[in-house]
Design a protein around this ligand. Structure first.
Ligand code: AMP
Ligand code: ZN
Length: 507
């Protein structure tokens, strides 16, 4: 089976084939750095990360360009309110984005392009559009002549035939009711940053930024362009109009749009005030891997309803998988192989891969592995899992984690690396003092405190202490063995001695 993706432009599920050789050239609209990104934004970024991981899993080479919008109406408005120069203001949020990206295990795109580093390229593309009659000047600004681009509306499928020629819109974002000639270059205004270019002093409109940065690094025609579904109109529709008018070539082959993260039926957004940043959730004691898991768990074309209970369940699912991997690596099993289990593992791999091939059906890809884990755990409990079954199961988990990237229990170490120790401490003292009304549904109180503390003990260290305890027991040094068990318990790790060996879980 081959990879099939739903293309917004054609309105169909299509078999994916790169335009050139084996290389996927993709562009994703990155964050607008006017504030911290919220986890709705990260739903889209996690989907795009899974997309690039699936391409790589399928043997494609990926060239991924992501932009950072560091000049637009919103960044200018907020920098001004903060009394800072635009670049000084956005620097803080660019840095925060890179930290969040690493906490959420988002792979680093091959190119990250800042809009303000490409102003001359933007002026040049706008000049081309003027030369070709697709753009005109008015009062120091430059506008795109929508009427001239006959295919305007082909992405959003909106009928713009009634549009009034010559009427103009200046804001970066607007609804279809306001669709008119949109701004490419905005004349310098009192109190706003501007650049001196052959077009005159001013600054770029938002849409031209992405046309310029995508084509600069990927060429006039490339494979994939993606963003959240709110970007279909006007942003991506305008990008097509700008790029195709300038080059005379098709701009993008496959357009992929993710549905929103929603809260109580509404899109999570800054303007509605119904948002959480990654930092907000960390301060409430949630782990980045659990958040990544939650965001990845629903296929990208379905809306994802955000609840605290959802993150809590994600954490529990992750614990199940991690414990299973631990059993696989640590327990002693009788020699030999179990035909049926091996067959089930091969089947699960097939289901997992087919699910991803089917427009990245992550829910099914997760499900395939969970049913297998249930079956294998039961077999282990009954002594029916054999030593020779290990490799095929470990291989499946490794493949699974190439896409989901959540199995390593290293949140605490990464949070410390990025200086989140204070937030962690605060979460710890909160959760031991009182359950938070709006905090995790369960997992508050001492149990939660212990589970966060347990992360100060990395998995490797826990495994080392367990084998130390085993050695002590074999020597007959039960006092030492009990001490190790007690210490682990204090760090939030529970040991269970079973027929087939020691199991552990975090409290
Ligand atoms: P922005 O920083 O506003 O430019 O948005 C960055 C990305 O996040 C874009 O692809 C948006 O479409 C996407 N986005 C914004 N809000 C949400 C949401 N609630 N759920 C999913 N994606 C979103
Ligand atoms: Zn964009």
């Amino acid at each position: 089976m081959s990879l099939r993706l739903y293309n917004t432009l054609s309105g169909r599920l299509e078999e994916f084939r790169p335009l050139e050789r084996n290389q996927v050239r993709m562009y994703t609209c990155g964050p607008t750095v006017y504030d911290y990104a919220h986890i709705g934004n990260y739903r889209t970024f996690v989907f795009q990360d899974i997309l690039r991981r699936v391409f790589k899993y399928r043997g494609f080479e990926v060239r991924h360009v992501m932009n950072v919008t560091d000049v637009d109406d919103r960044t200018i408005r907020n920098a001004r309110a903060a009394g800072l120069e635009l670049r000084d203001y956005t620097a803080k949020y660019i840095e925060a984005f890179h930290v969040d990206r690493q906490l959420l295990c988002l792979e680093t795109p091959e190119v990250i392009a800042r809009a303000t580093d490409h102003i001359d390229d933007m002026a040049a593309l706008i000049q081309t559009l003027i030369d070709k009659g697709y753009a005109y000047r008015a009062e120091g600004s430059v506008y795109y002549r929508v009427e001239k681009f006959k295919e305007y509306g082909k992405l959003s499928k909106i009928d713009f035939s009634g549009i009034r020629p010559g009427a103009r819109v200046d804001s970066d974002n607007y609804d279809k009711a306001d669709a008119r000639d949109f701004v490419l270059w905005k004349a310098a205004k009192e109190g706003e940053p501007f650049w001196n270019t052959p077009l005159g002093p001013g600054r770029p409109g938002w849409h031209i930024e992405c046309s310029v940065m995508s084509m600069k690094y990927l060429g006039p025609t490339f494979d994939i362009h993606s963003g959240g579904s709110d970007l279909v109109f006007p942003h991506h529709e305008n990008e097509i109009a700008q790029s195709e008018a300038a080059t005379g070539k098709p701009f993008v082959h496959t357009w992929l749009h993710s549905e929103h993260l929603i809260v109580n039926g509404e899109k999570m957004s800054k303007s509605l005030g119904n948002f959480f940043t990654l930092r907000d959730l960390i301060a409430k004691g949630f782990k980045p891997t659990a958040i990544r898991y939650l965001l990845a768990s629903v296929p990208f074309r379905r809306p994802l309803n955000f609840t605290f209970d959802g993150i809590h369940q994600a954490q529990q699912s992750l614990d199940r998988l991690r414990n299973f991997r631990f059993r696989l690596t640590m327990e002693k099993f009788p020699p030999g192989e179990t035909n049926e289990l091996q067959k089930a593992a091969v089947k699960a791999r097939q289901t997992f891969e087919e699910a991803l091939d089917d427009n990245l059906n992550t829910a099914e890809a997760l499900g395939a592995v969970f049913s297998l884990v249930r079956e294998a755990n039961t077999a282990m409990d009954r002594g029916e899992f054999h030593d020779g079954d290990r490799p095929v199961f470990l291989d499946l988990l490794e493949r699974w984690d190439r896409i989901f990237a959540v199995l390593d229990d290293n949140d605490y170490a990464r949070l410390r690396q990025f200086g989140f120790v204070q937030e962690l401490e605060a979460a710890l003292s909160h959760s031991s003092a009182r359950p938070q009304a709006d905090g995790p549904a369960a997992g508050t109180g001492d149990g939660h405190r212990a589970s966060l503390m347990a992360e100060s003990l990395p998995e490797k260290e826990i495994q080392r202490r367990i084998s130390e305890r085993e050695t002590a027991r074999r020597r007959g040094d039960f006092a030492r063995a009990d001490l190790i068990r007690k210490e682990l318990l204090e760090a939030g790790v529970i040991l269970e001695d079973t027929k087939s060996g020691v199991r552990w879980k975090r409290k």
